[in-house]
Design a protein around this ligand. Structure first.
Ligand code: CTP
Length: 398
């Protein structure tokens, strides 16, 4: 009974693979889950709602008629621990990607507060199409998890990729999902990430090339581990959207980042300062573009607020502050100074001497310092793995 007590909403869209959803529903229930089923109108052409209602022991939601109200169904997205859409057709995937709300399934997706995973099902050419690929990528960036399609005989008579995963494989995926650590459940985590831009004039700024990837990886992993995440993100030049459990606060300057963090900080359990905040800003931003004139131009810079330092000074018992230190020399000594100076509980040290761990890379190599000891000296690893290591060490402090 590996799904005992789990609440699953099973969404079924109109594909021939819908006939397998009956078996999937049965497998969820046999493993102890409580299941509610939502079908799109076109799914009704492939399988009878009576079959699913009988298996799930609950009325199937498929329309807003017959006394079924929208708001009642939207509550399903709040009730569920997991929303599994199997099969997810190209059409349903496109709806989810673009926020098109033309069925009760779309409405529940858009209002779901729980994690969502989809088991795509379509013909091989549709699956290979650039539009589908782009949609899948976008859904991934919204935090939607994908149960990989399988290779084999398709309803069109062709053979290739695009078959919905077998119900047993979907069941495995869901069991593995629930077995994953939820060790940050009930915790609120604030993470600063990316650079800040300090305005010189309407078209220029002082900034740096931080990609925000490390902070985003921490935010994504923390959400997966059950935390409520507040990501305070500087201008990284690409969009990163909020999704259930992870709220993005887009900011530009250090002052804006500070104001956002200051208002969030009193309610957070863990604050992780991974942003590459500009240390200085122009004393004032020019109203108009500075014109080219003399051989030299002096900018008068003033110190920016030190966000980690300020919030470290108001840290309460039970709160943990995790800092980063980017160093070129005297690494351990400088990192230790930041640990005590900014009232951090841990410092994640990056050395510019480590090849492959530079700004913008998908990998990182870190040393994690605790109050007394070096706790971790990692290899060069993907940033998601490093994110989990940082979260492991943080949780050890509670
Ligand atoms: N930090 C911050 N606000 C600032 C500067 C830094 O919150 N204005 C945080 C960073 O996010 C990081 C830590 O403080 O967690 C250390 O940042 P780092 O840039 O390595 O050091 P600085 O304190 O800026 O000192 P220096 O640049 O002299 O090494």
């Amino acid at each position: 009974m590996k799904l005992q007590g789990r609440k699953i909403v099973l969404g079924i869209s109109g594909s021939i693979a819908a006939y397998k959803s009956a078996n999937l529903c049965r497998l969820f229930i046999k493993n102890g889950a409580e299941v509610r089923v939502i079908m799109t109108p076109s799914a009704l052409d492939f399988i009878s709602p009576l079959t699913l209602a009988t298996l799930s022991n609950h009325e199937v939601v498929h329309s807003i008629h017959e006394g079924q109200s929208w708001s009642g169904h939207v509550e399903l997205g709040l009730w569920a621990d997991l929303f599994v859409i199997a099969p997810a057709t190209a059409n349903t995937i496109a709806h989810f990607t673009h926020g098109i709300c033309s069925s009760i399934l779309d409405a529940v997706y858009l209002s779901a507060k729980c994690p969502v995973c989809i088991a795509p099902a379509m013909d091989l050419d549709m699956w290979a199409h650039l539009t589908t690929k782009a949609n899948m990528e976008k859904l991934g960036s919204y935090g939607v998890q994908v149960i990989p399609v399988e290779h084999g005989f398709l309803a069109s008579g062709l053979t290739g990729d695009g078959r919905m995963a077998e119900p047993e494989h979907i069941l495995d995926f869901v069991i593995r999902y629930f077995e994953k650590k939820q060790d940050l459940k009930g915790k609120k985590v604030m993470i600063t990430a990316g650079p800040t831009h300090e305005k010189i004039d309407p078209v220029r700024f002082i900034g740096n090339s931080s990609s925000g990837k490390m902070g985003i990886a921490i935010a994504v992993q923390a959400q997966k581990r059950g935390a409520e995440v507040e990501l305070v993100l500087g201008p990284i030049g690409r969009k990163f959207n909020s999704y259930p459990g992870l709220t993005v606060h887009n900011v530009i300057s250090a002052d804006e980042m500070y104001e956002t963090c200051r208002s969030l900080y009193p309610t957070v359990d863990i604050a992780i300062f991974s942003a590459a905040v500009a240390d200085y800003k122009p004393s004032h931003a020019e109203e108009f573009k500075i014109k080219k004139a003399d051989q030299t131009l002096n900018l008068h810079l003033v110190k920016n607020v030190d966000i980690a330092l300020e919030l470290g000074s108001v840290k309460k018992a039970g709160q943990l502050n995790i800092g980063f230190a980017l160093e070129t020399n005297n690494e351990l000594e400088n990192a230790r100074e930041k640990l005590t100076g900014k009232n951090f509980d841990l410092v994640v040290l990056n050395s510019t001497k480590d090849k492959g761990a530079t700004f913008g890379s998908d990998n990182n190599k870190v040393t994690i310092l605790g109050k007394n000891d070096i706790l971790v000296q990692s290899e060069l690893l993907p940033k998601t793995t490093i994110a989990d290591i940082i979260l492991d060490e943080t949780i050890n402090l509670f």
